[in-house]
Design a protein around this ligand. Structure first.
Ligand SMILES: Nc1nc2c(ncn2[C@@H]2O[C@H](COP(=O)(O)OP(=O)(O)OP(=O)(O)O)[C@@H](O)[C@H]2O)c(=O)[nH]1
Ligand SMILES: [Mg+2]
Length: 254
């Protein structure tokens, strides 16, 4: 890991490798993460299936090139969120392998791929987990390490689905209190305001417990403070409105 980091920093110093920002798109299922990602990517509105596998896209907004990770928001998918932002130190390459294969296993779990077990009924769980681990270890160096340093989180909330505000708050609170994400800017998008009776910005702030925690919409310099940039923007992805201001706000902190 150290060697890889060193290698990249040498390349970067020679201008041969550009560091791009890494942004996680998080939020409950059905919030609009995939819709937003594709709207940003090619300005097209596409109807998507619920996301099963974590995916990533290269995007650029203004001068910032970034890689966006769309991780899926349903219950089981949420378990791999942490694998994408947990900080791993240099001598923990082994753990990286473990985490990566854990992500794979979670994946297998929710796709009900139990074929492996059926073919090898005598193989204990431990053994086939170990095989996977060995197989995945070399890959994990690249995959995980491109994902560990998160530059920002875009957290989407369906502003129309008021019944799930509490659930959304719970997941958001867990992210905000996770020390691997300490000081990482959070852009909270209250989506679907094109639907009548969607929550207002104040309502959403209230239900997410953010009323006194946001840091201001304009150009607010937080560099010298120890305060995490956090702000709420209401948007409608289908109407292409609102999220642009949010990303503009966010870009000053990346
Ligand atoms: N009315 C309205 N519907 C939207 C908007 N954005 C997304 N949707 C709809 O919300 C539904 C869920 O959108 P997705 O982008 O698939 O949601 P997701 O967050 O990726 O969900 P998971 O993949 O399950 O985590 C889709 O039917 C979208 O068309 C919006 O701005 N307004
Ligand atoms: Mg999705």
């Amino acid at each position: 890991m150290f060697i890889i980091d060193w290698f990249y920093s040498v390349l970067a110093s020679l201008g041969l490798w550009q560091k791009e920002a890494k942004i996680l798109f998080l939020g409950l299922d059905n919030a609009g993460k995939t819709t937003l990602l594709h709207m940003l990517k090619d300005e097209r509105l596409v109807q998507h299936q619920p996301t099963q596998y974590p995916t990533s896209e290269e995007l650029s907004i203004g001068k910032i090139k970034f890689k966006a990770f769309d991780l899926g928001g349903h219950q089981i998918a949420r378990r791999v969120w942490k694998d994408y932002y947990a900080k791993i130190s240099c001598n923990e390459s082994f753990m990286a392998g473990v985490l990566f294969s854990r992500a794979i296993f979670t994946d297998m779990l929710y796709n009900k791929v139990d074929a492996f077990e059926q073919h090898f009924p005598d193989t204990t769980e431990f053994t086939w987990r170990s095989y996977y681990l060995l197989l995945m270890l070399p890959l994990s160096h690249f995959d995980l390490f491109s994902a560990v340093h998160v530059d920002a989180v875009v957290y989407l909330v369906d502003a129309y689905d008021k019944e799930r505000f509490a659930e959304s708050k719970k997941e958001l609170d867990a992210l905000l209190s996770d020390e691997s994400l300490a000081n990482v800017p959070f852009l909270i998008l209250g989506n679907k305001i094109d639907i009548p009776y969607a929550a207002s910005e104040d309502e959403l702030r209230y239900h997410l417990g953010l009323t006194n925690f946001t840091t201001g919409k304009g150009n607010v310099n937080l560099a010298d403070s120890n305060v995490r940039p956090l702000e709420v923007f209401m948007c409608s992805i289908v109407r292409k409105m609102g999220y642009g201001d949010g990303f503009k706000w966010m870009s000053q902190y990346i």
